[in-house]
Write a protein that binds this ligand. Structure first.
Ligand SMILES: C[S@@+](CC[C@H](N)C(=O)[O-])C[C@H]1O[C@@H](n2cnc3c(N)ncnc32)[C@H](O)[C@@H]1O
Length: 276
């Protein structure tokens, strides 16, 4: 087949979309960059209550986007490196570090390249909110984490619960007319064609196609365990940093939750593990 007729590489399509949204996100209210510049942390209270003390730790932040959380971890004393495959995100992260005077290293690459481009002697790996759907191979992801950590090193993730991807609601009221519209057990990639952006609904993206891979909670935990990590906790949560189920209500600067008194589903989870 001639090269121009080949199906586009799904990861490259995702990268083009992520490149396009960087400037939009930096300017958006969603990411609250002005507050960060004034000294506020971008880390939400759930993550802050679970990550433990990071001061002095050599820390790798996977899929760091434009570096807000990496720099917030650096402000807590971590010796932080952020990795992302978007060159635009890495450039914006370096710019933000310069502007705020917060010290951190930023490297460009795919997650599976982390051992080669970031290193293999980290005390801690951190990743959060909206990261795993972009990765085709969760086993390779867990093995990458194990390779990058020192023995005894810690891994932490906070992520949307995969159950939310199965649900859709044709009404905007919480749990009103809720349907299971997708299997929990899906082979990826699922192709989406949507020019809207979650941080700024007013924009229409020219890179409107994205490709996502579903990973069940069992697959994530099993991949980590089989890569040689011992799970310290797996917590499920009823709040999430985006409205994962239609009708979830904003309950503060960071979270969306079910309306008061309504039945609650697990919409997020977090895992802490240690390389044995
Ligand atoms: C939702 S964002 C990061 C989450 C972070 N909580 C945030 O909102 O800033 C997902 C990030 O993953 C990055 N990404 C997606 N696929 C990747 C891959 N295969 N390797 C490295 N980075 C990737 C994107 O560029 C994007 O910055």
């Amino acid at each position: 087949m001639p090269a121009d007729k080949q199906a586009p590489d799904p990861i490259e399509q995702n990268r083009a979309r992520w490149d396009e949204v960087v400037d939009i996100h930096v300017k958006s209210d969603f990411y609250r960059v002005a507050e960060f510049k004034r000294g506020e942390t971008s880390l939400d209270p759930l993550v802050l209550s679970e990550i433990g003390d990071v001061a002095g730790l050599k820390l790798l932040h996977l899929q760091c986007h434009f570096g807000l959380d990496t720099l917030s971890l650096a402000r807590l004393g971590a010796r932080a490196t952020g990795l992302d495959f978007s060159s635009k995100a890495i450039a914006a992260a370096r710019h933000l570090a310069d502007e705020t005077g917060v010290e951190a290293r930023f490297v460009e690459g795919r997650v599976e390249q982390a051992p080669e481009i970031a290193g293999t002697d980290f005390d801690m790996i951190f990743t959060s909110w909206g990261v795993l759907v972009w990765l085709p191979d969760i086993t390779a992801w867990a093995q990458t984490i194990a390779r990058c950590l020192k023995p005894g090193g810690r891994f932490y993730i906070a992520e949307g619960h995969p159950i939310i991807w199965t649900l859709e609601d044709t009404k905007e009221r919480y749990l009103d007319n809720l349907h299971v519209v997708r299997s929990y057990f899906l082979e990826g990639p699922q192709h989406w064609d949507d020019p809207r952006d979650y941080a700024d609904p007013s924009v229409s993206l020219s890179h409107h196609v994205s490709n996502e891979w579903q990973h069940t909670l069992g697959e994530v935990v099993t991949a980590l365990a089989q890569a040689g990590l011992r799970i310290d906790f797996l917590h499920e949560h009823d709040r999430l940093v985006w409205p994962g189920i239609p009708g979830m209500e904003r309950t503060g600067p960071d979270f969306f939750e079910a309306p008061k008194g309504a039945p609650r589903l697990p919409v997020a989870y977090s895992i802490s593990a240690r390389k044995v």
